[in-house]
Design a protein around this ligand. Structure first.
Ligand SMILES: [Zn+2]
Length: 275
């Protein structure tokens, strides 16, 4: 890293995954003058119960762009089909190109042991692209990187074969509402598909303001749970006084296939712990 300006690339499977897992830190990076890009590996064209295909993909692309605008970052959706992502060489090359063109200091993606195959394969694809981004003879039409980025995994609740390790935990109290504003942009997901899939569609309010409050009620417990689960790590990173006060958090686990995350670069890549 030449300067303290940090570039963060968040690669999720679907349009709403990057902001669901890391919308808080994305807002913090933007507020601190750093640069975030969110990428959805699929176009989301399977994520609904009464629409699909291209109309849904375009709807979700627009929702994602609006969510990105809320967080102060670019948010793109690739045209791979939802529910059909595979960790092929072709898609790996697509990921290598995206990482090289953005030149991130830090990348974030899904772990390999999570519930949705698109999430698992997104994690696999990013793992497969790391290191290869530095090899000039691979995807040779896009200039290679001289330095492999640091990589972390996004939080998930799954415990087998091993539970999530909270290497970095970031307090998001000051940006929780902004994160929720971003999620609120994903109307097709927050108020239609996800409640339908969970059998709670009848509970979704019709009025926009009531929906936003309902979204807060349904999403706030997760952010609180992450802060409480990893309180010890928050105290290590922020010190006792602030670490105990943080109510909401997002957590990240180091991926060993990126460059090492050390005590030396931790506070540069996550410039949030000193105030
Ligand atoms: Zn997803």
């Amino acid at each position: 890293m030449a300067t303290d300006h940090v570039k963060v690339l968040i690669i999720g499977a679907h349009p709403d995954d990057p902001d669901s897992a890391a919308g808080g830190v994305a807002a913090l990076y933007s507020q601190h003058g750093h640069q975030v890009k969110m990428v959805s590996m699929t176009n989301g064209d399977a994520g609904h119960y009464e629409m699909g295909g291209a109309p849904l993909a375009w709807r979700r692309r627009k929702e994602a762009a609006e969510a990105g605008a809320c967080l102060g970052c670019e948010y793109i959706t690739l045209d791979n089909h939802d529910g059909a992502l595979l960790p092929t060489l072709q898609v790996r090359c697509q990921v290598i190109g995206i990482i090289r063109e953005f030149k991130p200091d830090l990348t974030m993606t899904h772990r390999l042991c999570t519930y949705h195959p698109d999430h698992r394969y997104t994690g696999q694809l990013v793992q497969d692209a790391l290191y290869m981004v530095t090899v000039p003879n691979v995807v040779s039409h896009v200039p290679h990187l001289r330095v492999n980025p640091v990589a972390v995994y996004l939080w998930d609740r799954f415990r087998r074969p091993y539970p999530f390790t909270p290497d970095v935990v970031v307090g998001i109290d000051e940006v929780l509402e902004k994160k929720l504003d971003a999620l609120h942009c994903h109307t097709s997901q927050m108020y239609e598909w996800l409640p339908y899939n969970r059998g709670t569609l009848d509970q979704v309010p019709k009025d926009t303001a009531e929906r936003r409050s309902w979204l807060r009620e349904s999403r706030e417990p997760r952010a609180r749970q992450i802060a409480d689960l990893y309180r010890d790590r928050l105290i290590e990173l922020y010190g006792g006084e602030k670490g105990k006060q943080i109510r909401y958090a997002e957590a990240f686990e180091v991926c060993e296939y990126g460059a090492p995350l050390s005590d030396a670069n931790l506070k540069t890549l996550f410039p949030f712990f000193d105030g």
